[in-house]
Ligand binder design. Structure first.
Ligand SMILES: [Zn+2]
Length: 280
């Protein structure tokens, strides 16, 4: 459990993100933030993989430890297991994994949590942030979207002190902010969330699947419950549904935050090329 306490008490530093975030190419860093371990894999790993292939450094973070993700293991045991699984998945993109140490179903939008999220943005200093849909099937996801909007907004404000140990400097820019699809493409009313655009992930589906497979504790749980590999099948089904909306095999859907002071152009078009992006 040493690693979890370490992440709960302070965030890692750029210099500790070994071999992954290159200081000289600081502007080409994408930060993906999910509420729980495996959310990033379900919702955006295909797109992250495309960015990684184009030379971008990826950092994966979660707000929670995943401590509710087991019917048998105690919170500490499952957290520890899921930390290792998330790290192993992130390693496929040579990405560091950072956990902000909150407990599942306990995310709140309060000042201590805001401070940690802002410190995360300052330490990683990403050009692009991708997080959950503000409308989703569960509260942790929606709060993560709000926390990351707030963190991207506030990270550059010099008088905002995060009160973290060895705080990073305020950032010099507001990152591009994207919201992933809602889980299953549906909001809390069961209505389909309409994307701004889609990314064709046909060429990186194998990597997305490989990353998700690393979350073995969750995969096994569903497999035992359903008798089939529901975990991977579900992810493919959702990616296929979004793909079919644009005539491609697999796709991930996104919306962009365009309110002041966020950049409004779609940087993903210039990085990935028009062939990969389909407007919704
Ligand atoms: Zn989740």
């Amino acid at each position: 459990m040493e690693h979890l306490y370490r992440f709960q008490n302070r965030l890692v530093y750029r210099s500790e993100l070994k071999g992954t975030v290159d200081k000289g190419r600081k502007q080409r860093v994408v930060l993906a933030v999910g509420a729980h371990p495996d959310d990033v894999e379900f919702l955006m790993a295909g797109t992250l993989s495309l960015l990684h292939k184009r030379g971008w450094d990826v950092c994966i973070a979660t707000i929670c430890t995943g401590d509710m993700g087991s019917m048998e293991l105690r919170k500490e045991e499952i957290s520890s297991k899921r930390f290792q699984e998330a790290k192993s998945s992130a390693r496929i993109l040579r990405a560091p994994y950072v956990c902000l140490g909150e407990s599942d179903l306990h995310i709140v939008f309060d000042n201590p949590t805001r401070s940690k999220a802002i410190e995360l943005v300052r330490k990683i200093d990403p050009a692009i942030v991708i997080t959950h849909s503000p409308e989703d099937y569960m509260f942790d996801h929606q709060l993560t979207a709000d926390l990351m909007w707030d963190a991207c907004f506030s990270a550059s404000i010099p008088n905002y002190a995060t009160d973290q140990a060895n705080p990073a400097k305020p950032t010099k820019r507001t990152p591009y902010l994207y919201y992933s699809d809602a889980v299953g493409g549906l909001d809390r009313f069961g209505r389909r969330v309409r994307p701004d655009f889609y990314v064709d992930i046909g060429s990186t589906m194998n990597i997305k699947e490989k990353m998700l497979t690393r979350h073995e504790s969750q995969r096994r749980w569903l497999r035992e419950q359903h008798g089939i590999d529901q975990y991977i099948l579900q992810m493919k089904k959702w990616s296929k549904e979004r793909g079919s909306e644009i005539g491609r095999k697999y796709a991930e859907a996104f919306r962009q935050h365009k309110g002041h002071p966020f950049p409004e152009s779609n940087i993903l078009v210039s990085i990935l090329g028009r062939g990969y992006i389909e407007v919704g």
